[in-house]
Structures are given as C-alpha cells and as structure tokens.
Write a protein that binds this ligand. Sequence first.
Ligand code: AMP
Ligand code: ZN
Length: 139
Amino acid sequence: MEDCIFCRIVRGEIPCFKVYEDERVLAFEDINPISDGHTLVIPKAHAESLWEISEDDLAAVHVASKKIGQAISEALAATGVACLQLNGRGANQVVMHYHLHLIPRISGAPPLPVSNWELKAGDMARIKSVAEKITAAMR
Ligand code: AMP
Ligand code: ZN
C-alpha cells in the first residue's frame, strides 16, 4: 500500500533496525520500545489485521516469530517474552498493517505493562451467555 509506513519499510523507503527477513516476513526493532529487544514481526504483503492476513502469511509470521523470539530471549537473557497483536483502532492498533509485537522482559526489569493486569472473578452466567453468542457467530 502506497502510504502504509510498514509497506514503506518493506520497500526500503524508510530505514529500520532489521533482525530477520525471509520471503514473506520482515522483523525489525520497534522505535518506541517498551523494553530492549521490542521487535515487530510483519508480513511483507499488506494486510490490515488478523481478519485480512492470508493463512500462509499468518503461519509464516508466527513460525518466524518462534525463531526470532528464541533469539531475543537468548541474546538478552529475557525471563519471558510477551507476544501481542492488536486488531482495530478500538484495541489501540495504530499502524494498520498486521504486526506481532515480541516484547521481552529483561531480568531485573519491572513487570511488562501489557501482561500485568489484575485478575477479578467474572460473572459465570454472563461468561456463559457471551460464549454462546460467540459460538453462534462462528462461521
Ligand atoms: P500498534 O499499536 O500495535 O499498531 O503499534 C504500532 C507500533 O509500531 C508502535 O509500537 C510504534 O512504536 C511502532 N512503529 C511505528 N512506526 C515505526 C517505525 N517507523 N519503525 C519501527 N516501529 C515503528
Ligand atoms: Zn502495509
């Protein structure tokens, strides 16, 4: 896509700190990192979200992420790596080109804000009715 910032990175029009590339996938460092090693893994072909990405690209991104995540973990002695992927502006997706965030927590660093929510018991009747709604919408 002409104006998409990640497509422009794929085309080499904007620089990036590349850590991995194959036929379908590119991975580079986030320039507003939550932690050292915060990496974005993207399909080279433009797709806005999980609903639009092709199954082959989706698989390629996630298979590559396994390798990249392990390298991040090893290189930075991470105690864990959060994988985060946002769909839609309501979920705070800002760049509308599918990307998987790999966010390591480095030993001694504070908990990652993206994976540190408080657990509160839900209403089981409500959970059941929502689950039924989702199941009914499944195609
Ligand atoms: P999201 O909210 O999931 O859409 O996140 C988009 C991410 O892309 C943010 O973490 C940004 O810091 C990151 N980002 C935006 N522009 C660039 C860029 N040119 N190079 C690297 N990361 C970027
Ligand atoms: Zn794009």
